[in-house]
Design a protein around this ligand. Structure first.
Ligand code: PLP
Length: 417
């Protein structure tokens, strides 16, 4: 038995701390799930109605036998907060219920969710197949970090199913997808590629950050693991970093074990902020879907706008697939204006109701070019290779009144006339 420090080996304890939505009926709606999910399973402190923030590194026992049983997973409870914590567990349970998963585990950020998941399943000599349009940080893992470990990375053109299927057919350990993509908002058919990946025994991982479980349920489309940057839509208020993965207990347990040892643990205070944000997830996302559709139509008709990328538009190349696999088209869009980066430098600072910031998915509208946001880590050549014009704007629609957002865009774009 390995000595792995204060936390002890609490892998079996992980299962015990994850009762599977026992109070949540299968037929509940997503608003009910986002409000009640993860909140009824456990005894809350002193009859509080809200999940308390448990700022405690460890959990004390009055007798060795109970402590031992909890550590072995024979009784529910917590040992050490790097492994499990009551506030963090409630957050994991809520996401698990919303994604319709058996288990979930969480991380200090979305990137920690991605790197720990890949670190769990990839070994030297393995192959991973993915798309070129993944989030910039994910691309850095693919291009910089995995190859020196002896892991072959095959990045395909997003939407080139012939290339993707040929690379999958060569054999791979992981198929990694992100749909819609950041920031080009391309759509990939999860079901089609998951079927191919399973034929070669690969694990299918889907980054569902942009869609949220309100708009897309990858596990129902064949994904094995769904992951999120919870810092975005799940939290929704741009005040907490976090990451989470969901899937079958057997898989999530392995990632949990990797994370508990690597230590990229979600902090209880952040878990609390994410939990509180998630109670309004469906309300927010529905409003963001509606606002994004209206903004996309407005921009599509604007004389200074070259191209609008939004899967809800009939002209979007992924519109038909999005209609099949998504429940809503999402709050994210991107567009390019005449005049490229120079035009963006003039127009974006004029917006009154949009933060120019490297974030997305929150209640406020947030804008920024990929050059300072999702793809800041990439060179101009890498951005060009990924089909990202230097003059692209990523627009994360907030929940403001749509009339105000449209009027704001109109007055800001008028500087370009
Ligand atoms: N996945 C996507 C699609 C993202 O947009 C981001 C961040 O923007 C991440 C993952 C990484 O998340 P985090 O910033 O929480 O590490």
């Amino acid at each position: 038995c390995l000595d792995i420090g204060e936390g002890g080996h609490v892998l079996s304890n992980f299962i015990k701390t994850q009762p599977i939505g026992v109070f949540m009926r299968n037929n509940t709606g997503q608003s009910t799930q986002s409000i009640w999910g993860g909140e009824q399973e456990h005894e809350l402190y002193e009859r509080s109605t809200q999940v308390p923030v448990v700022h405690s590194v460890s959990f004390a026992y009055k007798d060795i036998d109970t402590w031992h049983k909890v550590a072995l997973g024979q009784e529910p409870g917590h040992i050490y907060s790097r492994n499990t914590n009551p506030t963090v567990r409630a957050f994991e349970d809520k996401v698990k219920v919303l994604e319709g998963a058996e288990a979930a585990t969480s991380f200090s950020s979305g990137m920690a969710a991605i790197s720990n998941t890949l670190g769990t399943f990839l070994r030297p000599g393995n192959r991973i197949v993915s798309i070129k349009d993944s989030y910039g940080g994910t691309n850095v893992i693919f291009n910089e970090f995995l190859p020196p470990l002896g892991i072959e990375v095959a990045l395909c053109e997003t939407g080139d199913y012939e290339q993707l299927e040929a690379e999958i057919a060569k054999g791979c350990t992981v198929l990694y997808l992100e749909t819609p993509t950041n920031p080009t908002i391309k759509i990939t058919d999860i079901k089609r590629l998951a079927t191919k990946a399973h034929q070669v025994g690969a694990l299918v991982v889907v980054d569902n950050t942009f869609a949220t479980p309100i708009n897309q349920l990858p596990l129902t489309l064949g994904a094995d693991i769904v992951l999120h940057s919870a810092s975005k839509y799940l939290g929704g208020h741009a005040d907490a970093l976090g990451g989470v993965i969901c899937g079958a207990t057997e898989l999530v347990e392995k990632v949990y074990h990797y994370r508990e040892i690597n230590g990229a643990t979600l902090a209880p205070m952040d878990a609390y902020s994410l939990l509180r944000g998630m109670k309004t997830l469906k309300l927010r996302v529905q409003r963001q879907n509606e606002n994004a559709m209206a903004v996309a139509r407005f921009l599509q008709d604007h004389p200074m706008v070259d191209q609008v990328n939004y899967p809800g538009l009939e002209t979007h190349p992924g519109h038909d697939i999005a209609k099949q696999q998504m429940l809503g088209f999402g709050g994210m869009l991107s567009f390019s204006v005449h005049g490229g980066l120079d035009a963006i430098k003039q127009f974006l600072p004029r917006l009154n109701y949009a933060h120019m910031a490297a974030n997305l998915g929150c209640v406020e509208t947030v804008v920024g070019p990929p050059v300072t946001t999702s793809h800041v880590e990439c060179t101009a050549e890498e951005r060009a290779a990924a089909g990202i014009p230097e003059g692209l704007v990523r627009y994360s629609t907030g929940i403001e009144d749509i009339e105000d957002l449209l009027a704001d865009l109109e007055q800001a774009l008028s500087v370009l006339n």
